[in-house]
Design a protein around this ligand. Structure first.
Ligand code: BJ8
Length: 425
């Protein structure tokens, strides 16, 4: 990797702590991903992206900023990339999947806060996230109670926080709130960038994001084959990278790997033997480098064939209609698309179970592992109902509650191994 230390220093990062983090990440990535068998050649691109995740990609963002392009960061899939691209800005995901500076974090957040929120604070307090430091605007959102209150505290640590209010009920009023908030956000980013969104620009950006989601869907569908042409770890990685890579380049890279996978499917080439127990993961999002559970599943004799998660199907299903002429009508299309996101913060949230069943069938899965982050009330509470309904449909389910720590790896392995065995014919 080139020397980016001057850039990181300019961003105000803690260089020593960051060196240690990159060292850990590099080793963890190599042990988890590079040791897999039969990886598609197309994964070389994603290996490269990961090797430069805090380097070249940040340099690209800094180069864009140098010519006036703004960088907007977000913690939730409800922040519409279509609007961000339409003001000639770049959207990056800020969620993190590793514990960091926990002692400092617990001076701001109670211990019983989910790891995803704690991690966001840890990366800020530890000075190790160049994405956060590169942003011109950080978008928080009122979803779960944890995030809602955490953004109040985060506002004291950064000076560019904007909070989006989001509905929790799929009613007419809920839809009206979402539309009002998207219009408020549009005005905010128009002011930030000095660019006024036109119908033409918005159509173009919708097409870019639709193409990205379309490519991820193509990838998701190919995983329905037996033998699975790509590991769950690699497919998850592509979904994770979708949150910070350049969208056009990313789409092309996913389509390239899909071409290769199509051939594999036709030739019946897989990463695991035909008949390997197939698992659908459902639940909380898994941000980089949260690979713990997927790595356990695939080292215990299972293959992951889908993620019902915001970093997965929930985040990329449904496209925005471009069959409209005015900005307002196009925004209606955006609202229609995002209003279908079945996050557990909604009540009631019946579509989610229906959707898990649909994915279970579509991916030819044999069982579902519900992944809930410790202290995540929305998903942990919803998990009980999900489990019951899936079992009523004779779908085997394993409910897992964990965090970003490694202490429970042994116990998780034992449970996952037993579940995978149960799925064998
Ligand atoms: S749309 S899932 S990205 S809110 S894990 S912080 S819910 S306590 S991440 Fe999410 Fe948007 Fe919903 Fe998706 Fe709270 Fe749970 Fe923590 Fe969570």
């Amino acid at each position: 990797m080139a020397d980016y230390r001057a850039m990181w220093k300019d961003l105000g990062m803690n260089l020593e702590a960051h060196d240690m983090l990159l060292d850990f990440l590099g080793k963890y990535y190599a042990d988890t991903f590079l040791t897999q068998n039969e990886r598609p050649e197309g994964m070389d691109y994603f290996n490269f992206v990961m090797s430069e995740v805090h380097g070249l990609r940040i340099k690209e963002l800094m180069d864009q900023k140098a010519v006036g392009r703004k960088v907007i960061g977000a913690y939730c899939v409800f922040v519409p990339e279509e609007l961000v691209l339409a003001v000639d800005a770049t959207l990056v995901g800020l969620c993190a999947g590793a514990d960091y500076a926990l002692d400092q974090v617990e001076q701001y957040l109670p211990r019983n806060t989910c790891a995803l929120i704690k991690s966001a604070f840890g990366f800020k307090l530890g000075g190790v996230c160049p994405y956060l430091e590169a942003t011109d605007l950080v978008v928080g959102e009122n979803t779960c109670d944890g995030k809602k209150k955490a953004f109040e505290s985060l506002g004291g640590l950064i000076d560019n926080l904007y909070v989006m209010d989001l509905p929790q009920v799929k009613s007419e009023q809920g839809r009206a709130l979402l539309k009002a908030e998207y219009i408020r956000f549009k005005e905010q980013i128009e002011e930030l960038t000095g660019v006024t969104i036109t119908a033409e620009k918005l159509k173009e950006s919708i097409a870019v994001v639709n193409a990205k989601r379309g490519a991820l869907h193509r990838l998701a569908k190919l995983r329905g084959a037996d033998p699975a042409p790509i590991s769950g770890l690699d497919a998850l990685l592509a979904n994770q990278i979708a949150f910070f890579d350049d969208p056009v380049r990313f789409t092309a890279s996913v389509n390239t790997i899909c071409d290769e996978l199509e051939k594999r499917v036709a030739d019946k080439v897989g990463v695991f033997p035909q008949g390997t127990p197939r698992i659908l993961i459902s639940g909380c999002p898994m941000a980089v480098p949260n690979w713990k559970l997927p790595a356990i599943i695939e080292s215990c004799g299972g293959v992951i064939v889908g993620e019902e998660s915001c970093i997965g199907e929930r985040g990329c299903r449904n496209l925005v209609s471009t069959a409209a002429e005015s900005v307002d009508e196009l925004i209606d299309g955006i609202v229609d698309r995002y209003f279908k996101v079945d996050c557990a913060v909604f009540t009631p949230n019946r579509e989610r179970v229906e959707h898990i069943e649909e994915m279970f069938q579509g991916s030819n899965a044999d069982g579902v592992i519900h992944y809930g982050l410790q202290f995540c009330q929305p998903y942990l509470m919803e998990a009980m109902d999900v489990e019951k309904k899936l079992e009523d449909s004779d779908i085997p389910v394993l409910r897992v509650e964990t965090d970003y720590g490694q202490e429970d790896v042994g116990q998780l392995k034992t449970r996952v191994e037993a579940f995978v065995e149960q799925l064998r014919p």
